[in-house]
Write a protein that binds this ligand. Structure first.
Ligand code: BV8
Ligand code: ZN
Length: 256
């Protein structure tokens, strides 16, 4: 773990009035959720985004896409929140104000104790009807463990009979307007902005860090590998989020 000028970051955080935290799948990696773009292990190293995570892919082959998302949902259901999720929830209790914005489609932030999470890319647990947009209730506590590559016929809407689709934002689709507005508004009014466990290549989410810089916020990246933001952020903390974040929170707000 490399922390440049840790003392100065600790001071900035102690003085912060509003902290924004933007997370990516790296925050959930230590819980066993596969990342998207890490070499060899990333999801998009094995699968094509165009064949699975676009509206066109779903129209072309709904059973393949639904089966793939059921496989990912089963991984997320079995995963447990890690020290990074818990440290972020703790930071929300210590800072005067904190807004948590995530690109993650799992619910590990909520299960790690965070409230009012802004989900920019939707949620695996909230599929919706393609036609009437009704939420579709999924069976809880199912013993089904979908295997990778198994095709599963998507269910039908209880209200209108339309086809149910995964509740995530696919490439080429607009982000949910209210979530995007909340993320932008928080970014423009924060004094410290974290981007944690994200490669910062997917837009428009990645533009938030640039907006925070332009608004004069202190920017902090936590990532275990290098990204294009390494030399641009105010503080670049290199290491696993589950190690770096609890150490930072403890330094800034020591338990009394
Ligand atoms: C839109 C949900 C317009 C579903 C996802 C060319 C240039 C710029 C933009 C574009 C372009 N061509 C196309 C675009 C637009 C496109 C885009 O940005 N493409 C990029 C890839 C080029 N964006 C869109 O299409 C967006 N929509 O633009 O709409 C519009 C407007 C109006 C009306 C209609 C349309 C929609 C984007 C949403 C895509 N949905 N997924 C699903 O999950 O299947 S994207 C996917 O990437 C994930 O959801 C994830 O949320 C997102 C971001 O990825 P990361 O979380 O950053 O993951 P990644 O693997 O990349 O990185 C992990 C990082 O963690 C790594 O850096 C790693 O080092 C680090 N790490 C690993 N372990 C740890 C760690 N760090 C710390 N600790 C650890 N332990
Ligand atoms: Zn419907």
């Amino acid at each position: 773990m490399v922390i440049q000028n840790p003392g100065s970051l600790v001071d900035r955080l102690r003085l912060a009035k509003h902290v924004v935290v933007l997370t990516g799948v790296g925050v959930s990696a230590e819980s066993g959720i596969p990342t998207f773009r890490d070499k060899q292990t990333g999801i998009w190293e094995q699968f094509s985004a165009e064949e699975l995570a676009t509206p066109e892919a779903y129209q072309r082959d709904p059973s393949m896409v639904w089966g793939w998302y059921e496989w990912r949902r089963s991984i997320a259901l079995r995963a447990q929140p890690n020290a990074a999720h818990r440290a972020i929830a703790e930071m929300a209790c210590k800072a005067p104000r904190m807004t948590l914005v995530t690109q993650n489609v799992d619910d590990l932030h909520e299960r790690g104790g965070s409230r009012e999470v802004v989900h920019l890319h939707g949620r695996l647990t909230q599929p919706v009807c393609e036609l009437c947009r009704s939420l579709f209730p999924l069976r809880e506590g199912t013993n089904d463990q979908p295997q990778l590559g198994r095709r599963i016929e998507p269910p039908r809407c209880h209200s209108c009979g339309g086809r149910i689709r995964p509740g995530v934002v696919w490439f080429g689709e607009a982000l949910p307007e209210s979530e995007w507005t909340r993320a932008q508004t928080a970014t423009c009014t924060c004094d410290v902005f974290f981007c944690i466990g994200t490669s910062s290549v997917v837009y428009p989410a990645a533009s938030l860090t640039r907006s925070a810089m332009n608004m004069g916020a202190v920017t902090v990246q936590i990532n275990n590998t290098s990204t294009a933001l390494d030399s641009k952020v105010s503080f670049n903390l290199r290491g696993p989020a589950g190690v770096v974040l609890p150490a930072l929170v403890k330094d800034v707000w020591p338990a009394i």
